[in-house]
Design a binder for this molecule. Structure first.
Ligand SMILES: [Zn+2]
Length: 273
């Protein structure tokens, strides 16, 4: 559990981490409980995987902050964030909202720039496609904090779930979040996996620089003669474990598609090579 630090970390968010650690999930999925101090109702973001003990822990935290669940939100539909939606909805009767209508229960899908109010708590919806097409972030303006789902992780770089996720969308989303961070003076990131990030702006700059460097690497290996997805994977990423292989191929496909969209004919050829 990530505890708030007075004067530094958000006062309106509590984290309960699920026991599903892994290469892609880091320490596990973070479920966030959002509430205005002294409110009677709260929001649960990303109920997490299908794990009754995790759901129990989330409901204990909800009780600890003295609230009932008024709303369930999803940052995106991946199962490690969403599989417990049905169970939490059944237990609380709280409506469920995501950008994808398929997830919604008892209410309408989220809209970009929408402002959600629950018992004095304000949450702004920011559509951030890229990791997936349905990815959103949730901004808590009074805490200067942003729930990032899998758009930004607490450690390392996020994955593009190509072809649902697109690198061009992802870069645009990072720029949008950078503008938010730059405008606010400071921005704390509350990720879907990994620890919170106190300094959002430099973290986002690091991610943009990482992506830019990776695209330059891919461009270089294409110029040097790599002509298939497999050759680019080997040249850019070297050897990778079998568990990650499909993921790495998807990253390269997303990079080739992006470069192709920018007019790189070698990238277009390699995608089909
Ligand atoms: Zn995800």
């Amino acid at each position: 559990m990530i505890e708030p630090v007075e004067g530094v970390a958000p006062q309106r968010a509590r984290c309960v981490t699920a026991s599903n650690p892994g290469v892609l999930t880091l320490a596990g999925t973070n479920t966030w409980v959002l509430f205005e101090p002294d409110a009677e109702r709260c929001i649960v973001v990303d109920p997490g995987p299908d794990d009754a003990s995790h759901l129990d822990a989330v409901l204990i935290e909800v009780e600890r902050v003295g609230c009932e669940v008024a709303l369930i939100l999803l940052t995106h539909g991946h199962a490690d964030h969403s599989a417990a939606v049905g169970a939490l909805h059944a237990q609380t009767q709280a409506p469920v909202r995501g950008l994808d209508p398929a997830w919604c229960r008892g209410t309408v899908p989220l809209r970009d720039r929408e402002q959600i109010e629950v018992d004095g708590l304000t949450v702004q919806v920011i559509a951030t496609p890229g990791h997936t097409a349905d990815s959103v972030c949730f901004f808590l303006p009074r805490d200067g904090a942003l729930l990032t789902g899998d758009t930004i992780l607490g450690e390392g770089s996020s994955l593009i779930a190509w072809p649902d996720g697109r690198l061009g969308d992802y870069l645009n989303s990072l720029k949008r979040l950078r503008d938010l961070a730059a405008a606010g003076g400071s921005l704390t990131l509350l990720p879907g996996h990994g620890p919170l990030v106190l300094w959002g702006l430099p973290a986002i700059d690091t991610l943009i620089a990482h992506r830019t460097k990776r695209l330059a690497q891919v461009t270089d290996v294409l110029d040097a003669g790599a002509s298939t997805v497999g050759e680019v994977v080997t040249a850019v990423y070297g050897l990778s474990g079998p568990a990650l292989h499909d993921v790495v191929i998807a990253q390269v496909q997303s990079q080739l598609e992006y470069l192709s969209s920018k007019g790189n004919s070698r990238a277009a050829d390699a995608m089909h090579g």
